[in-house]
Design a protein around this ligand. Structure first.
Ligand SMILES: *Cc1c(COP(=O)(O)O)cnc(C)c1O
Length: 364
């Protein structure tokens, strides 16, 4: 079983070239201006369109894992996810494109017909391996991964969600491209926080490069919207701490990779906060207020969002820019109104994709 956990296991020149290429992809995605009440605008960055199948942030997060897999052309890639996993879906699409075999280890024993997500994954040529919830919990244990290797043969392991430093490295491309936007406030949905850490690391990198060239530092504010209830992570650190730790590790990797001054800290200029209270009951919960918001938003702007991540972050962004414009939100939201310290005239909203997951909620 092959486990690659750090970007520094690759040659530096390759990493730099890889990031440049990803940056091109991020830059090339459309930004749509949506006009809200009082003339405020939301610049919607359509990263969901980055690839027709492997949409959104997963495309960026998985890039370095695929790079790692190239060294083992005869091994399948194996990863983990739930029955509507955007991560497995994107991996399956890329596996097909690269003519690689993917073993998708799915949480829970599903009987009968495959759901639409799993049936797409199977149709893209991946093997689906159902495991009990108990076994699934062991997904990071070496002994359990060994058992899977006995069953399936040696594989390249991509951890659940494709996060960590490898995931954050690819997501830096999003931050580097965001650094070029004239909009200074960025809103992003947060699950594990690897994408967020990557975006922050990309902004930090852009800022340090500007300073090195004698320019003014970059000023950006990142508002992160967690979709998991913090208390749902018993015994674990908060997502805030996870992001902070990954971000610092990324900063030191970048120092080495781009030969930057390790002394420069960009915390004064690149600020970020976790905007709590927009979980709508917790991960995967989709209460009536959110359903109503989603349909009014989609009707008005003809843009689709996913119920698990982007709809919740968008509820925050709309409430921030134009509180009261979507009255269905008012009841469910804590804090309500949003603290005035967040106030913004314009927001760059990162559409992180996930649209295939709508089918898990009966939406097309
Ligand atoms: C996975 C996912 C996220 C969360 O990404 P993290 O790196 O885990 O924070 C956000 N939006 C969409 C659409 C996703 O599929």
């Amino acid at each position: 079983m092959i486990n690659i956990l750090s970007p520094l296991e690759f040659p530096k020149s390759l990493l730099r070239a890889k990031l440049e290429k990803m940056l091109e992809c991020a830059r090339a995605q459309e930004v749509q201006d949506l006009v809200l009440a009082q003339g405020k605008t939301l610049a919607l960055w359509r990263l969901d369109q980055v690839c027709p199948v492997a949409s959104g942030n997963k495309f960026f997060k998985q890039a370095l894992y695929w790079q790692a897999a190239e060294a083992y052309p005869n091994m399948p890639v194996l990863s983990f996810g739930g029955a509507y996993s955007n991560h497995l879906y994107a991996l399956a699409a890329e596996a097909r494109r690269r003519e690689r075999r993917l073993i998708a280890v799915v949480r829970g024993l599903h009987e009968g017909e495959l759901n639409p997500c799993l049936s797409d994954i199977a149709n893209m040529g991946s093997d689906i391996h159902f495991v009990s919830r108990q076994d699934y919990r062991r997904k990071e244990e070496a002994a359990y991964l060994q058992t899977l290797a006995q069953q399936w043969g040696p594989f390249v392991h991509v951890p659940e969600g494709g996060g960590g430093l490898m995931g954050a490295f690819g997501a830096q491309a999003i931050g580097l491209a965001a650094a070029e936007s004239p909009v200074d406030t960025i809103v992003l949905a947060v699950g594990t926080g690897s994408t967020a850490a990557g975006v922050l690391a990309g902004l930090d990198l852009a800022c340090r490069r500007l300073i090195r060239m004698g320019g003014e530092p970059l000023l950006k504010r990142v508002l992160l919207v967690p979709v998991l209830n913090l208390e749902c992570r018993p015994g674990q650190k908060s997502v805030f701490e996870d992001i902070q730790a990954l971000r610092l590790q990324m900063a030191s990797i970048n120092t080495e990779l781009w030969e930057l001054d390790a002394e420069i800290e960009t915390d004064k200029w690149i600020t970020w906060e976790c905007c709590d209270g927009f979980q709508f009951g917790g991960y995967g919960k989709f209460p009536l207020s959110l359903t109503q918001f989603l349909s009014s938003f989609e009707e008005r702007f003809s843009v689709r969002l996913d119920p698990v991540y982007t709809a919740k972050a968008m509820a925050f962004a709309c409430q921030l820019l134009a509180g009261g414009e979507f009255p269905e939100l008012d009841e469910d939201l804590i804090p309500n109104p949003i603290p005035s310290s967040y106030e913004s005239e314009q927001v760059l909203f990162i559409h992180s994709g996930g649209l295939q997951g709508r089918r898990g909620f009966g939406l097309l």
